[in-house]
Write a protein that binds this ligand. Structure first.
Ligand code: MG
Length: 380
C-alpha cells in the first residue's frame, strides 16, 4: 500500500488534536505550485530546508563555543537538530503537527551570524549608523523568503505560510491592528521552548566538558538537585564522570519536556482550546512550563549567564569574532569589488550596499569569516 498525500491527509485529520495546524488549514505558499504526490506541504518544506545552503553552513557556526574548540561541542547545526528532536517529542505528545514543528525548528537558526550571539550584537552595532538593525529571526525569514535562490520563477524556498510565520518568535501571524488574531500556532510556541530546553541543557553539557563550570557549582541550583535525586534513585552513585553527566543532562531534558507537556495540556484544557481558531485568537501563552519550572529555569539561565556566557575564555573568543566582523564590514563597505560577483551585482541592481554586506556577513561560517579577514589583516 502506498501512503500517498490523500491518505496522509486522512491520517492527519484522524490523529492530530483539534487545535493542531493540519495541512488542510494551511494558508499555502506565496507562489502557486503543484503539491507533491507523496509528501504533505510541511514535509516538503522540511526537505527544502535540509537541502538548502544556509542549513549546511550551520555546521561551522558557533553556538556558544567556537566550532573548532573540540569535536564534541555543539554547533548551530547540532543545536538545530536537538531543537527539532525535542520539538517533535513535544508536538507528538500534545497531538500537534510534528512536521510543522520539526520544520520550524530546523529553520529557526538559519539567520544566525558567525560567532554566536556576539556576532549578532556586532552586526547590529555595525548597521545602526546606517539606520538598519540585525535580528536573527528576521534574517532566518529573509533567507527562506529571498536569499536562497534555487528556483527559476521566484526567490526563496516558497515555504508554507505557517512555517515562515513560525520563524518570527514573539510575533503574531497577523497584523494586530487589522485583525483579532493574536497568537502564533502551538507548533511555533513549542519550538520556542524546545529551543530553550535544548540550549540550557547542551550549554551545561558543553560547559562541563570544557571545565568552565563544575557539578559542585551546579548543585546550588534547585533543578540540578532534583535531577541528581532522580539519577541517584535510578542508578545509585555513578563513578564515571562522562556516564554520570550524560545521565544527569538526559534526565534534566526529560524533566523539562515532561513539565512542559503536562502544564501546557492543563492550560489548553482549562481554556477550552478546541480549535485552531481559538489558538490564534488567544491572548495567553498556551504552551508554558509550570510556575515551579519557570523559577527553576530562570535560576538556571542566570547561572549560565554568570558562569558560562560571561566566562573570560568565552568572552575573549566572542570579542575576537566581533572584531573580525567589524573589519570585514569596513573593508567591503569601502571597496565593493572585494565582494563576490553575486553581491556586486545586487548592489549594481540597486540594493542598498549595507544590506547586501549584512546578508553576506550573516551567512558566513566562523571559519570563512576568519579566513576572509586574515587575507588583508594576517595578524587576526
Ligand atoms: Mg536556537
Amino acid at each position: 500500500m502506498i501512503y500517498d498525500r490523500d491518505k496522509l491527509i486522512i491520517i492527519e485529520n484522524q490523529v492530530l488534536a483539534p487545535y493542531a495546524v493540519k495541512s488542510k488549514d494551511s494558508r499555502g505558499r506565496e507562489y502557486q505550485e503543484n503539491e507533491d504526490l507523496t509528501r504533505l506541504p510541511f514535509q516538503k518544506d522540511r526537505d527544502r530546508i535540509i537541502h538548502c545552503r544556509a542549513f549546511r553552513r550551520l555546521k561551522m557556526k558557533t553556538q556558544v563555543f567556537v566550532a573548532h574548540y573540540g569535536d564534541h561541542y555543539r554547533t548551530r547545526l547540532t543545536h538545530s537538530l536537538e531543537v527539532a528532536q525535542i520539538s517533535r517529542d513535544l508536538a507528538r505528545s500534545l497531538g500537534l503537527n510534528e512536521d510543522l514543528a520539526e520544520t520550524i525548528a530546523l529553520a529557526h537558526d538559519l539567520g544566525h551570524t558567525p560567532f554566536g550571539h556576539a556576532g549578532q550584537e556586532a552586526l547590529d552595532e555595525i548597521l545602526r549608523p546606517f539606520g538598519l538593525h540585525f535580528e536573527h529571526n528576521q534574517q532566518s525569514k529573509r533567507i527562506v523568503e529571498i536569499l536562497e535562490n534555487v528556483y527559476p520563477d521566484f526567490s526563496g524556498l516558497n515555504l508554507s505560510f505557517e512555517v515562515r510565520q513560525g520563524l518570527l518568535k514573539h510575533q503574531s501571524p497577523w497584523d494586530q491592528k487589522t485583525s483579532k488574531f493574536h497568537s502564533t500556532s502551538l507548533e511555533a510556541q513549542v519550538v520556542n521552548l524546545a529551543d530553550e530546553i535544548a540550549y540550557s541543557n547542551h550549554d551545561i553539557d558543553d560547559g562541563l566538558r570544557a571545565g568552565l563550570i563544575t557539578e559542585k557549582e551546579l548543585r546550588k541550583l534547585s533543578i540540578w538537585q532534583a535531577v541528581e535525586d532522580q539519577v541517584n534513585n535510578r542508578y545509585g552513585s555513578i563513578r564515571q564522570t562522562n556516564i554520570r553527566q550524560a545521565r544527569l543532562i538526559s534526565t534534566m531534558i526529560g524533566l523539562m519536556i515532561q513539565d512542559l507537556i503536562n502544564f501546557s495540556n492543563l492550560i489548553l484544557e482549562k481554556n477550552n482550546i478546541n480549535s485552531l481558531e481559538k489558538v490564534y485568537k488567544s491572548k495567553k501563552k498556551l504552551i508554558s512550563f509550570s510556575p515551579t519550572q519557570v523559577v527553576w529555569n530562570a535560576e538556571l539561565k542566570k547561572f549560565l549567564t554568570d558562569h558560562l556566557y560571561f566566562h573570560p575564555q568565552v568572552l575573549s573568543i566572542s570579542r575576537h569574532g566581533q572584531k573580525t566582523l567589524k573589519i570585514l564590514f569596513a573593508r567591503y563597505h569601502a571597496n565593493h569589488e572585494l565582494l563576490p560577483k553575486e553581491e556586486q551585482k545586487q548592489i549594481k541592481d540597486g540594493i542598498n550596499p549595507e544590506i547586501v554586506i549584512k546578508d553576506y556577513l550573516a551567512g558566513m561560517t566562523d571559519d570563512f569569516a576568519k579566513q576572509e579577514a586574515r587575507i588583508h589583516t594576517p595578524s587576526l
